[in-house]
Design a protein around this ligand. Structure first.
Ligand code: 26Y
Length: 801
């Protein structure tokens, strides 16, 4: 839209007056943010209304992206960018004596997700709108997001994330679109005159699902899509019905807090209630909208696609079956055909512990009608497939087995497409995790490598870099990230490479300022900023990174005369509150930081900064400042990774195992521009098959490694007597589940190489440039376009590949 600075200032001051009945000088940054938010909603209002009207009039196919997590990050700058208003608004605020950055920092960052999966959902919402796809998000409006992490005496402590305390400017409560979700009670089926069966429910616990909609603004295209998050409330008759406090609490509880776990499926009833709650509300709302302008359900598959982001929303499958049969009078066969046509499923994990299953007794008690339908799905599956594949395979793959409802199997059986998120991951789904189901439905399996929203992760997070790219390429790359490859032409322009260094130094200074004020730690910006930001998990092997720090520490102590480039090791990582081992590693990193940062022999040659409360907003500060991107998971364990892509796009070089999308990053940027190391997935599986991994052999064979490990238990690092022993034992007594010791040597070799290479800044920046130039391949726009073409069968704005 067109907006002059003068007009903006007038509008903004009027908004302040209306909202606060006072003048600008009397408002806080937060108050200014709220006013700006209101104003932007007003500017974008016509787009949002017209977008839904156009979708309705043209009767276009709609995709609904169901995800139990969304991590959108702050929306102020993202909306300004996509609406094309960044310049006049920044300018106007400045003329009013205000600063956009300060105002933006006052916006709460909704932490409605754990990590990669939730952030991916948000990047995809941005891309759907930017591609002009009729894409809708469907999720949960958690009253409390992922906990706020603080460190006390080096230990993680979790505080509640009360992100809604002052309301959310972007959301619209749509009470008129609320619907009822039923839990528990009894159900029986009564035959009708026409031969069909109708359910009768009694003693159910009914919950009102109220949607809150947030506009998802497309990139300069006038499109605004909707992210719909559901909140659980008392049903409307509440003032006539008596609800005990316990009943009220049970309802409140459903959308109160995000489960802070992304690696262990604990099988808690509350989690199952959350899953059914947003699945049911979402499907009801889709069918209601669809029925307004279609007679019968025949066209459903042509007009609706439902995408399941991991197994958490899998109940959309039996729920759609239920609604089609019980409310819309479809036969089983018709309902089943439609359901499979509509549904598609993405798997995000290969770790057995994260695969969801529910005890049948719990499931049946909480969702009696859905259970009947799952039993029927199971019966049909067994009847159809046993003659072809035999009883053993069918028993292994049926939705019901071992007293459990197996969500991933139900998701595959009830969809027409199942995809992994990087080529290696998809391969492992076919050959390992879902091998038996791959035998049954080979045509359903496909790969969709993850992508990132370059708008947020480069244009917004790294304005200095974006402006420098504009100088060389113009601005087309901002809408077609694949154009970044044209940067390759400047690899031999020393002046440009110097400018790249200057951009990086500027970003490092911004991060150093933050670390100075938050941790009281002074950093040199000529140091190598070596960054690892992701959830704390054994398979991600933060430990390997810790061992490198210990090695560097000992090397300086032993040989102060040997000078290496200074290093700063930066961590950001939350541990699931119940994940004891991960919390011990946090304590270890903090204890090591304490030792290193205060040792006068070390000075400014080596620093360790564990930045608390990592999330989207901190990512935007840290990623542009990184020189080295640590992507060091045990090969085969990280489905894809997405911080690897964000760091690459910002010119960090990957120190990476051949895991997940690292493989594709190394290929896209070229081996010579990254630091690959370690066991391949094949080698890892080789150890599994032979059962001949002996961690102690590596310890015995390498005196340096032995010395590093011994510091965990010999008092070198103060304050970790319990944790040090626990970690030491996990590696040596319990044989190092994630092959840390096997990969140690290859890893430190590459770390040494990095220290060497960093000294030639021109060469280093050439590699950084190769990474930036190759990063367009991992644009979320391209990823979403592939989903639209191959899975959802939806038209979109064409993209230049
Ligand atoms: C069942 C429950 C414990 C659970 C909750 C959250 C299980 C898994 C998750 C979240 C998983 C997740 O975030 N996976 C990550 O998805 C990213 C996007 O595809 C991948 O890049 C990343 O490798 C994968 O770990």
């Amino acid at each position: 839209m067109k907006l002059t600075t003068a007009q903006f200032k007038t509008d903004f001051l009027a908004e302040i007056k209306t909202l606060y009945a006072t003048d600008l000088a009397d408002t806080s940054s937060f108050g200014q943010f709220v006013a700006l938010g209101h104003l932007l909603r007003r500017y974008d209002g016509p787009n949002w209304t017209q977008t839904s009207e156009r979708y309705r009039q043209d009767d276009v196919k709609q995709v609904y992206y169901f995800s139990i997590e969304f991590l959108p990050g702050r929306l102020l700058k993202s909306n300004l960018l996509n609406l094309g208003l960044m310049q006049p608004v920044r300018q106007g605020l400045q003329e009013l004596g205000l600063d956009l950055e300060t105002i933006s920092a006052a916006e709460p960052d909704p932490g409605l997700g754990n990590g990669g999966l939730g952030r991916l959902a948000a990047c995809y919402m941005d891309s759907m709108a930017s591609l002009g796809l009729a894409g809708n998000g469907n999720g949960i409006r958690y009253r409390y997001g992922l906990f706020k992490q603080v460190f006390m005496n080096g230990y993680q402590v979790e505080l509640p994330d009360d992100w809604l305390r002052n309301g959310d400017v972007w959301e619209i409560r749509r009470e008129n679109k609320a619907c009822l979700v039923r839990f528990g009670g009894n159900v029986w089926m009564t035959p009708q005159a026409d031969g069909s069966l109708k359910p009768t429910y009694e003693h159910t616990d009914d919950v009102l699902a109220v949607p809150y909609d947030t506009g998802m603004v497309g990139d300069h295209n006038g499109v605004t899509n909707t992210l719909r998050l559901w909140s659980a409330e008392l049903p409307p008759s509440a003032d006539q019905t008596y609800y005990s406090q316990a009943q009220r609490d049970r309802i409140d509880e459903i959308t109160k807090v995000l489960y802070p776990d992304d690696s262990n499926s604990a099988g808690q009833a509350l989690r199952l209630r959350q899953e059914y709650f947003f699945s049911s509300a979402g499907v009801q709302s889709i069918l209601r909208h669809y029925s307004l302008r279609h007679h019968g359900m025949r066209e459903l598959g042509k007009k609706i696609a439902i995408h399941i982001n991991d197994t958490h929303p899998t109940l959309v499958i039996p729920e759609l079956m239920r609604l089609l049969m019980d409310d819309h009078h479809c036969s089983w066969d018709v309902a089943w055909e439609l359901t499979r046509e509509v549904m598609s499923y993405t798997n995000h994990t290969i770790m057995q512990e994260a695969l969801e299953t529910w005890p049948i007794d719990m499931f049946k008690g909480l969702l009696p009608r859905l259970y009947q339908i799952v039993v029927e799905i199971d019966r049909h599956y067994r009847a159809d497939k046993t003659p072809i594949f035999g009883e053993a395979l069918v028993n292994r793959t049926a939705p019901l087995g071992n007293g459990q409802v197996r969500m991933a199997y139900l998701a595959v059986i009830g969809s027409h497409s199942v995809n992994g998120v990087a080529p290696l991951h998809t391969e492992l789904l076919k050959t390992d995790v879902l091998r038996d189901l791959y035998a049954v439905y080979p045509e359903r399996f496909n790969n969709k490598t993850n992508g990132i929203a370059t708008r947020r992760w480069v244009q917004i997070a790294n304005e200095p870099l974006a402006n420098l790219i504009d100088q060389k390429l113009g601005t087309e790359w901002r809408h077609e990230p694949s154009q970044l490859k044209l940067l390759g032409a400047y690899a031999n322009e020393p002046a440009f490479l110097k400018q790249l260094t200057a951009v990086k130094t500027k970003n490092k200074q911004a991060l150093a300022d933050y670390i100075q004020s938050e941790l009281g730690l002074t950093l040199r910006t000529d140091a190598i900023f070596d960054v690892q930001i992701k959830r704390l998990h054994a398979y991600k092997r933060q430990l390997l990174h810790v061992f490198e720090i210990i090695r560097e520490y000992l090397a300086i102590k032993d040989h102060p005369e040997q000078v290496e480039p200074p290093r700063v090791h930066i961590f950001g990582a939350k541990a699931a509150p119940s994940y004891h081992y991960a919390k011990s590693i946090i304590k270890l990193i903090n204890a090591l930081a304490d030792l290193v940062n205060h040792d006068p022999d070390i000075g400014d040659r080596l620093k360790v900064a564990f930045i608390p409360n990592y999330g989207v907003s901190l990512g935007e500060l840290i990623i542009p400042a990184a020189d080295v991107s640590e992507q060091i998971s045990t090969a085969s364990k990280e489905a894809s990774g997405t911080s690897n892509m964000k760091l690459m796009a910002n010119g960090a070089l990957s120190l990476a195992t051949r895991d997940g999308a690292n493989i594709d990053i190394i290929q896209a940027a070229g081996e010579a521009n990254e630091y690959p190391f370690g066991l391949s997935a094949k080698a890892v599986y080789g150890y599994y098959d032979r059962g001949d991994y002996h961690a102690a052999d590596f310890y015995q064979a390498d005196p340096e490694l032995k010395r590093v490990l011994d510091t965990l238990v010999d008092g070198t690092i103060p304050g970790i007597s319990t944790e040090g022993r626990e970690i030491y034992d996990s590696l040596l007594r319990y044989n190092d589940e994630f092959f840390v010791l096997a990969d140690y040597e290859g890893y430190i070799q590459q770390q040494r190489q990095i220290s060497h290479d960093f000294q030639d800044q021109q060469r280093w920046q050439q590699k950084a440039l190769a990474n930036i130039a190759a990063a367009g391949v991992f644009s979320a726009d391209l990823a979403v376009a592939r989903y639209a073409d191959d899975i959802w069968q939806m038209p979109h704005t064409p993209l230049k590949a």
